[in-house]
Write a new protein. Structure first.
Length: 356
Protein backbone atom coordinates (compact mmCIF):
# COMPACT_ATOMS: atom_id res chain seq x y z
CA UNK A 1 0.00 0.00 0.00
CA UNK A 2 1.48 3.41 -1.00
CA UNK A 3 1.57 6.67 0.99
CA UNK A 4 -1.96 7.99 1.31
CA UNK A 5 -2.94 11.01 -0.77
CA UNK A 6 -4.52 13.44 1.69
CA UNK A 7 -7.31 15.63 0.38
CA UNK A 8 -10.62 17.17 1.49
CA UNK A 9 -12.92 15.14 -0.74
CA UNK A 10 -12.65 12.02 -2.89
CA UNK A 11 -15.25 11.80 -5.64
CA UNK A 12 -15.89 8.30 -6.94
CA UNK A 13 -16.90 8.68 -10.59
CA UNK A 14 -15.92 11.35 -13.13
CA UNK A 15 -19.29 11.46 -14.91
CA UNK A 16 -21.12 14.79 -15.37
CA UNK A 17 -22.32 14.80 -11.76
CA UNK A 18 -18.89 14.09 -10.26
CA UNK A 19 -17.49 16.87 -12.45
CA UNK A 20 -20.05 19.48 -11.39
CA UNK A 21 -19.52 18.49 -7.74
CA UNK A 22 -15.93 19.74 -8.15
CA UNK A 23 -17.34 23.17 -9.01
CA UNK A 24 -19.71 23.37 -6.04
CA UNK A 25 -17.02 22.08 -3.64
CA UNK A 26 -14.42 24.42 -5.14
CA UNK A 27 -16.56 27.51 -4.62
CA UNK A 28 -16.51 26.59 -0.92
CA UNK A 29 -12.73 26.01 -0.82
CA UNK A 30 -12.80 22.21 -0.78
CA UNK A 31 -10.23 20.34 -2.88
CA UNK A 32 -11.24 17.17 -4.70
CA UNK A 33 -9.62 14.12 -6.26
CA UNK A 34 -11.73 12.08 -8.71
CA UNK A 35 -11.31 8.38 -9.44
CA UNK A 36 -12.86 6.63 -12.44
CA UNK A 37 -12.56 3.14 -13.79
CA UNK A 38 -12.77 4.47 -17.35
CA UNK A 39 -9.72 5.81 -19.15
CA UNK A 40 -11.63 8.96 -20.04
CA UNK A 41 -13.59 11.68 -18.24
CA UNK A 42 -17.37 12.07 -18.65
CA UNK A 43 -19.11 8.85 -17.52
CA UNK A 44 -22.11 7.75 -19.61
CA UNK A 45 -22.02 10.97 -21.68
CA UNK A 46 -18.51 10.29 -22.95
CA UNK A 47 -18.66 6.50 -23.06
CA UNK A 48 -22.17 5.72 -24.28
CA UNK A 49 -23.46 8.68 -26.31
CA UNK A 50 -20.82 11.39 -26.93
CA UNK A 51 -22.35 12.61 -30.19
CA UNK A 52 -26.02 12.44 -29.19
CA UNK A 53 -27.74 15.79 -28.63
CA UNK A 54 -29.00 16.71 -25.14
CA UNK A 55 -31.86 19.21 -24.98
CA UNK A 56 -32.70 19.41 -21.26
CA UNK A 57 -29.72 21.07 -19.61
CA UNK A 58 -31.11 24.29 -18.10
CA UNK A 59 -30.10 27.34 -20.11
CA UNK A 60 -28.43 25.30 -22.85
CA UNK A 61 -31.04 24.59 -25.54
CA UNK A 62 -28.76 22.12 -27.31
CA UNK A 63 -25.40 20.47 -26.75
CA UNK A 64 -23.81 17.16 -27.55
CA UNK A 65 -23.05 14.88 -24.60
CA UNK A 66 -19.30 15.29 -25.18
CA UNK A 67 -19.85 19.05 -25.55
CA UNK A 68 -21.40 19.08 -22.07
CA UNK A 69 -18.44 17.19 -20.62
CA UNK A 70 -16.00 19.60 -22.30
CA UNK A 71 -17.93 22.60 -20.93
CA UNK A 72 -17.93 21.11 -17.41
CA UNK A 73 -14.17 20.58 -17.65
CA UNK A 74 -13.74 24.22 -18.60
CA UNK A 75 -16.02 25.31 -15.74
CA UNK A 76 -14.05 23.37 -13.09
CA UNK A 77 -10.59 24.32 -14.40
CA UNK A 78 -10.06 27.05 -11.76
CA UNK A 79 -10.28 24.39 -9.05
CA UNK A 80 -7.56 22.17 -10.56
CA UNK A 81 -9.18 18.80 -9.74
CA UNK A 82 -6.89 15.77 -9.75
CA UNK A 83 -8.05 12.81 -11.87
CA UNK A 84 -7.11 9.18 -11.33
CA UNK A 85 -8.38 7.37 -14.43
CA UNK A 86 -8.39 3.63 -15.22
CA UNK A 87 -8.68 2.96 -11.49
CA UNK A 88 -11.59 1.39 -9.69
CA UNK A 89 -12.37 2.32 -6.09
CA UNK A 90 -12.58 -1.02 -4.34
CA UNK A 91 -12.93 -0.03 -0.72
CA UNK A 92 -14.22 2.84 1.40
CA UNK A 93 -13.40 2.51 5.08
CA UNK A 94 -14.23 4.79 8.01
CA UNK A 95 -11.06 5.40 10.04
CA UNK A 96 -11.99 8.54 12.02
CA UNK A 97 -14.74 10.97 12.74
CA UNK A 98 -14.94 12.05 10.02
CA UNK A 99 -12.02 10.47 8.18
CA UNK A 100 -12.17 7.89 5.42
CA UNK A 101 -9.64 5.68 3.67
CA UNK A 102 -10.44 5.09 0.00
CA UNK A 103 -8.48 2.37 -1.84
CA UNK A 104 -8.30 1.62 -5.56
CA UNK A 105 -7.58 -1.62 -7.41
CA UNK A 106 -4.21 -0.11 -8.41
CA UNK A 107 -3.18 0.14 -4.75
CA UNK A 108 -3.69 3.92 -4.50
CA UNK A 109 -4.86 5.10 -1.09
CA UNK A 110 -6.61 8.38 -0.23
CA UNK A 111 -7.45 9.85 3.15
CA UNK A 112 -10.26 12.37 3.18
CA UNK A 113 -12.95 13.83 5.41
CA UNK A 114 -15.72 13.52 2.84
CA UNK A 115 -16.49 10.87 0.22
CA UNK A 116 -18.84 11.65 -2.65
CA UNK A 117 -20.14 8.59 -4.49
CA UNK A 118 -21.05 9.74 -8.01
CA UNK A 119 -20.77 6.25 -9.48
CA UNK A 120 -23.79 6.44 -11.82
CA UNK A 121 -25.02 2.99 -12.86
CA UNK A 122 -21.86 1.51 -11.41
CA UNK A 123 -18.61 0.62 -13.02
CA UNK A 124 -18.31 0.03 -16.71
CA UNK A 125 -17.13 -3.54 -17.23
CA UNK A 126 -15.86 -5.01 -20.49
CA UNK A 127 -18.12 -7.51 -22.23
CA UNK A 128 -16.58 -10.97 -22.34
CA UNK A 129 -16.08 -12.19 -25.94
CA UNK A 130 -18.15 -15.20 -27.01
CA UNK A 131 -15.08 -17.44 -27.18
CA UNK A 132 -15.08 -20.71 -25.26
CA UNK A 133 -12.43 -21.01 -22.52
CA UNK A 134 -11.30 -17.37 -22.21
CA UNK A 135 -11.22 -17.30 -18.38
CA UNK A 136 -7.75 -18.88 -17.77
CA UNK A 137 -6.14 -16.28 -20.04
CA UNK A 138 -7.85 -13.20 -18.57
CA UNK A 139 -5.42 -10.77 -16.94
CA UNK A 140 -2.42 -12.92 -18.01
CA UNK A 141 -2.36 -12.74 -21.80
CA UNK A 142 -5.92 -11.61 -22.59
CA UNK A 143 -6.69 -8.01 -21.65
CA UNK A 144 -9.78 -5.81 -21.90
CA UNK A 145 -7.85 -2.57 -21.56
CA UNK A 146 -4.32 -1.31 -22.03
CA UNK A 147 -2.92 0.18 -18.83
CA UNK A 148 0.72 0.36 -19.96
CA UNK A 149 1.60 0.21 -23.66
CA UNK A 150 5.11 -0.93 -22.81
CA UNK A 151 3.76 -4.22 -21.47
CA UNK A 152 2.97 -5.08 -25.11
CA UNK A 153 6.32 -4.08 -26.59
CA UNK A 154 7.80 -6.75 -28.89
CA UNK A 155 4.70 -8.96 -28.64
CA UNK A 156 2.54 -10.57 -31.31
CA UNK A 157 -0.79 -8.89 -30.66
CA UNK A 158 -4.26 -9.90 -31.81
CA UNK A 159 -6.82 -7.08 -31.46
CA UNK A 160 -10.47 -8.12 -31.91
CA UNK A 161 -13.33 -5.70 -32.60
CA UNK A 162 -14.41 -2.89 -34.91
CA UNK A 163 -15.28 0.01 -32.59
CA UNK A 164 -13.28 3.01 -31.42
CA UNK A 165 -11.34 1.14 -28.71
CA UNK A 166 -10.26 -1.64 -31.10
CA UNK A 167 -9.15 0.87 -33.73
CA UNK A 168 -7.47 3.28 -31.28
CA UNK A 169 -5.41 0.49 -29.73
CA UNK A 170 -4.57 -0.99 -33.13
CA UNK A 171 -3.14 2.38 -34.18
CA UNK A 172 -1.29 2.92 -30.91
CA UNK A 173 0.10 -0.58 -30.42
CA UNK A 174 1.17 -1.05 -34.04
CA UNK A 175 4.25 1.02 -33.21
CA UNK A 176 5.41 -1.18 -30.31
CA UNK A 177 4.23 -4.66 -31.40
CA UNK A 178 6.45 -7.23 -33.07
CA UNK A 179 3.39 -8.02 -35.18
CA UNK A 180 -0.24 -6.90 -34.94
CA UNK A 181 -3.38 -8.41 -36.45
CA UNK A 182 -6.78 -6.73 -36.29
CA UNK A 183 -9.64 -9.21 -36.48
CA UNK A 184 -13.18 -8.01 -37.14
CA UNK A 185 -16.27 -9.97 -38.08
CA UNK A 186 -17.26 -7.71 -40.99
CA UNK A 187 -15.77 -5.13 -43.34
CA UNK A 188 -17.76 -2.19 -41.87
CA UNK A 189 -16.33 -0.51 -38.78
CA UNK A 190 -18.17 1.44 -36.07
CA UNK A 191 -15.06 3.45 -35.24
CA UNK A 192 -14.39 7.06 -36.29
CA UNK A 193 -13.77 7.19 -40.08
CA UNK A 194 -10.40 8.88 -39.55
CA UNK A 195 -9.20 5.93 -37.42
CA UNK A 196 -10.47 3.47 -40.01
CA UNK A 197 -8.57 5.33 -42.75
CA UNK A 198 -5.38 5.35 -40.69
CA UNK A 199 -5.75 1.62 -39.96
CA UNK A 200 -6.29 0.84 -43.65
CA UNK A 201 -3.18 2.87 -44.49
CA UNK A 202 -1.12 0.71 -42.09
CA UNK A 203 -2.57 -2.41 -43.73
CA UNK A 204 -1.68 -0.97 -47.17
CA UNK A 205 1.90 -0.33 -46.00
CA UNK A 206 2.17 -3.93 -44.76
CA UNK A 207 2.66 -2.79 -41.14
CA UNK A 208 -0.34 -4.67 -39.74
CA UNK A 209 -2.73 -7.41 -40.91
CA UNK A 210 -6.51 -7.15 -41.14
CA UNK A 211 -8.50 -10.39 -41.04
CA UNK A 212 -12.30 -10.65 -41.37
CA UNK A 213 -13.66 -13.46 -39.22
CA UNK A 214 -14.14 -14.66 -35.66
CA UNK A 215 -12.04 -16.42 -33.03
CA UNK A 216 -13.33 -19.94 -32.39
CA UNK A 217 -10.73 -21.25 -29.92
CA UNK A 218 -7.68 -20.19 -27.94
CA UNK A 219 -4.57 -22.30 -27.42
CA UNK A 220 -1.83 -21.99 -24.84
CA UNK A 221 -0.79 -23.14 -21.37
CA UNK A 222 -0.79 -21.67 -17.83
CA UNK A 223 -2.70 -18.58 -18.93
CA UNK A 224 -0.24 -17.76 -21.72
CA UNK A 225 -1.89 -17.77 -25.11
CA UNK A 226 0.20 -18.80 -28.14
CA UNK A 227 -2.33 -18.95 -30.96
CA UNK A 228 -5.99 -18.41 -31.83
CA UNK A 229 -8.11 -20.48 -34.23
CA UNK A 230 -10.06 -18.19 -36.52
CA UNK A 231 -12.98 -18.89 -38.83
CA UNK A 232 -12.72 -16.40 -41.65
CA UNK A 233 -15.68 -14.88 -43.47
CA UNK A 234 -14.96 -16.93 -46.62
CA UNK A 235 -15.59 -20.09 -44.56
CA UNK A 236 -11.99 -21.23 -44.20
CA UNK A 237 -10.12 -21.62 -40.89
CA UNK A 238 -6.70 -20.32 -39.96
CA UNK A 239 -4.36 -20.25 -36.96
CA UNK A 240 -3.02 -16.87 -35.80
CA UNK A 241 0.11 -16.92 -33.65
CA UNK A 242 -0.14 -14.38 -30.79
CA UNK A 243 1.21 -13.64 -27.31
CA UNK A 244 -1.53 -11.18 -26.34
CA UNK A 245 -5.21 -10.99 -27.18
CA UNK A 246 -7.14 -7.73 -26.81
CA UNK A 247 -10.89 -8.19 -27.37
CA UNK A 248 -12.94 -4.95 -27.49
CA UNK A 249 -16.59 -5.99 -27.47
CA UNK A 250 -18.00 -2.93 -25.70
CA UNK A 251 -18.87 -2.27 -22.08
CA UNK A 252 -21.76 -3.08 -19.77
CA UNK A 253 -22.56 -1.35 -16.49
CA UNK A 254 -22.40 -3.35 -13.29
CA UNK A 255 -22.73 -1.99 -9.78
CA UNK A 256 -19.31 -3.41 -8.91
CA UNK A 257 -17.64 -2.82 -5.55
CA UNK A 258 -20.23 -0.21 -4.42
CA UNK A 259 -22.37 -3.21 -3.44
CA UNK A 260 -19.82 -4.15 -0.75
CA UNK A 261 -19.56 -0.81 1.04
CA UNK A 262 -22.18 -1.62 3.66
CA UNK A 263 -25.15 0.38 2.38
CA UNK A 264 -28.61 -1.14 2.43
CA UNK A 265 -29.31 -0.78 -1.27
CA UNK A 266 -32.65 0.03 -2.86
CA UNK A 267 -33.51 -2.64 -5.47
CA UNK A 268 -29.98 -4.04 -4.98
CA UNK A 269 -28.49 -1.20 -7.01
CA UNK A 270 -29.13 2.28 -5.59
CA UNK A 271 -27.88 4.03 -2.46
CA UNK A 272 -30.68 5.58 -0.40
CA UNK A 273 -30.01 9.18 0.67
CA UNK A 274 -31.84 11.88 2.62
CA UNK A 275 -32.81 14.89 0.54
CA UNK A 276 -31.46 17.89 2.44
CA UNK A 277 -27.85 17.12 1.45
CA UNK A 278 -27.99 13.72 -0.29
CA UNK A 279 -25.99 12.14 2.51
CA UNK A 280 -26.03 8.36 2.97
CA UNK A 281 -26.61 6.51 6.24
CA UNK A 282 -22.88 7.13 7.00
CA UNK A 283 -22.20 10.77 7.99
CA UNK A 284 -19.57 12.22 5.65
CA UNK A 285 -20.41 9.88 2.74
CA UNK A 286 -22.71 11.42 0.12
CA UNK A 287 -24.26 9.80 -2.97
CA UNK A 288 -25.29 12.02 -5.90
CA UNK A 289 -26.40 11.45 -9.49
CA UNK A 290 -27.72 8.22 -10.97
CA UNK A 291 -26.39 6.07 -8.11
CA UNK A 292 -28.71 7.47 -5.42
CA UNK A 293 -32.34 6.91 -4.57
CA UNK A 294 -34.95 9.00 -2.77
CA UNK A 295 -38.70 9.32 -3.31
CA UNK A 296 -39.30 11.06 -6.63
CA UNK A 297 -35.73 10.63 -7.91
CA UNK A 298 -35.30 11.35 -11.62
CA UNK A 299 -32.16 10.02 -13.31
CA UNK A 300 -31.46 13.28 -15.08
CA UNK A 301 -28.27 15.29 -15.25
CA UNK A 302 -30.05 18.39 -13.92
CA UNK A 303 -31.14 16.48 -10.79
CA UNK A 304 -27.55 15.45 -10.12
CA UNK A 305 -26.34 19.05 -10.47
CA UNK A 306 -28.84 20.16 -7.80
CA UNK A 307 -27.78 17.29 -5.54
CA UNK A 308 -24.13 18.34 -5.89
CA UNK A 309 -24.89 21.89 -4.78
CA UNK A 310 -26.67 20.78 -1.60
CA UNK A 311 -24.03 18.13 -0.88
CA UNK A 312 -21.29 20.79 -0.92
CA UNK A 313 -23.11 22.96 1.64
CA UNK A 314 -23.16 20.09 4.14
CA UNK A 315 -19.68 18.79 3.26
CA UNK A 316 -18.31 22.23 4.18
CA UNK A 317 -19.16 21.63 7.84
CA UNK A 318 -17.09 18.41 7.91
CA UNK A 319 -14.08 20.11 6.35
CA UNK A 320 -14.34 23.45 8.23
CA UNK A 321 -16.24 22.61 11.45
CA UNK A 322 -15.21 25.87 13.09
CA UNK A 323 -16.31 28.17 10.24
CA UNK A 324 -19.72 29.69 9.46
CA UNK A 325 -20.89 29.28 5.88
CA UNK A 326 -22.23 32.44 4.25
CA UNK A 327 -24.45 31.88 1.20
CA UNK A 328 -23.25 33.88 -1.83
CA UNK A 329 -24.08 34.34 -5.53
CA UNK A 330 -21.37 34.10 -8.20
CA UNK A 331 -22.87 37.15 -9.91
CA UNK A 332 -22.27 39.45 -6.97
CA UNK A 333 -19.59 37.90 -4.72
CA UNK A 334 -16.09 39.19 -5.46
CA UNK A 335 -14.72 36.44 -3.23
CA UNK A 336 -16.34 33.70 -5.39
CA UNK A 337 -15.28 35.52 -8.55
CA UNK A 338 -11.68 35.57 -7.30
CA UNK A 339 -11.80 31.79 -6.88
CA UNK A 340 -13.07 31.54 -10.44
CA UNK A 341 -10.35 33.88 -11.68
CA UNK A 342 -12.87 36.40 -13.04
CA UNK A 343 -12.89 39.09 -10.32
CA UNK A 344 -12.68 42.60 -11.73
CA UNK A 345 -9.36 44.28 -11.13
CA UNK A 346 -9.38 46.32 -7.96
CA UNK A 347 -9.85 50.04 -8.74
CA UNK A 348 -6.51 51.81 -8.16
CA UNK A 349 -6.47 53.45 -4.72
CA UNK A 350 -5.82 57.24 -4.70
CA UNK A 351 -2.31 57.95 -3.47
CA UNK A 352 -2.01 59.49 -0.03
CA UNK A 353 -0.58 62.97 -0.53
CA UNK A 354 1.80 64.59 1.90
CA UNK A 355 0.52 67.83 3.39
CA UNK A 356 2.52 70.73 1.95
C1 LIG B 1 -28.26 7.03 -24.38
C2 LIG B 1 -28.50 7.91 -23.17
C3 LIG B 1 -29.08 9.15 -23.35
C4 LIG B 1 -29.30 10.00 -22.25
N1 LIG B 1 -29.84 11.23 -22.45
C5 LIG B 1 -30.01 12.08 -21.39
C6 LIG B 1 -30.59 13.39 -21.58
O1 LIG B 1 -30.96 13.77 -22.68
N2 LIG B 1 -30.71 14.19 -20.48
C7 LIG B 1 -30.32 13.80 -19.22
O2 LIG B 1 -30.45 14.58 -18.29
N3 LIG B 1 -29.80 12.56 -19.03
C8 LIG B 1 -29.63 11.70 -20.07
N4 LIG B 1 -29.12 10.45 -19.86
C9 LIG B 1 -28.78 10.04 -18.48
C10 LIG B 1 -27.46 10.69 -18.04
O3 LIG B 1 -26.42 10.32 -18.92
C11 LIG B 1 -27.15 10.24 -16.62
O4 LIG B 1 -28.18 10.71 -15.78
C12 LIG B 1 -25.81 10.82 -16.17
O5 LIG B 1 -24.75 10.33 -16.96
C13 LIG B 1 -25.55 10.45 -14.72
O6 LIG B 1 -24.31 11.00 -14.37
P1 LIG B 1 -23.44 10.40 -13.17
O7 LIG B 1 -22.23 11.26 -13.12
O8 LIG B 1 -24.33 10.25 -11.99
O9 LIG B 1 -23.09 8.91 -13.62
P2 LIG B 1 -22.29 8.32 -14.87
O10 LIG B 1 -22.37 9.20 -16.05
O11 LIG B 1 -22.78 6.91 -15.00
O12 LIG B 1 -20.78 8.30 -14.37
C14 LIG B 1 -20.41 7.48 -13.29
C15 LIG B 1 -18.95 7.16 -13.38
O13 LIG B 1 -18.56 6.45 -12.20
C16 LIG B 1 -17.59 5.48 -12.53
N5 LIG B 1 -17.54 4.47 -11.48
C17 LIG B 1 -18.55 3.68 -11.03
N6 LIG B 1 -18.13 2.89 -10.02
C18 LIG B 1 -16.82 3.21 -9.84
C19 LIG B 1 -15.83 2.72 -8.94
N7 LIG B 1 -16.08 1.77 -8.02
N8 LIG B 1 -14.57 3.25 -9.04
C20 LIG B 1 -14.28 4.21 -9.96
N9 LIG B 1 -15.20 4.70 -10.82
C21 LIG B 1 -16.44 4.20 -10.76
C22 LIG B 1 -18.06 4.96 -13.88
O14 LIG B 1 -16.98 4.37 -14.60
C23 LIG B 1 -18.61 6.23 -14.54
O15 LIG B 1 -17.65 6.86 -15.37
C24 LIG B 1 -28.91 9.58 -20.93
C25 LIG B 1 -28.32 8.32 -20.77
C26 LIG B 1 -28.11 7.48 -21.87
C27 LIG B 1 -27.47 6.14 -21.66
Amino acid sequence: MGEPIKTDVVIIGAGPIGLFAVFELGLLDMKAHLVDILDKIGGQCAELYPEKPIYDIPGIPFTSAQGLVDALMQQIKPFNPQFHLSEMVENVEKIGDPLFRVTTDQGKVFECKVVVIAAGGGSFQPKRPPIPGVEPYEGKSLFYSVRKMDAFRGKRILVVGGGDSALDWTLNLAAVAQHLTLLHRRSEFRAAPDSVNKMMALVGEGKIDLVLGQVTALHGADGQINRASVKTNDGSTMELACDALLPFFGLTMKLGPVANWGFELKNNELIPVETSAFETSVPGIFAIGDINWYPGKLKLILSGFHEGALMAQKAYHYIYPEKRLVFQYTTSSTSLQRKLGVAPEKAPQPRATQPA
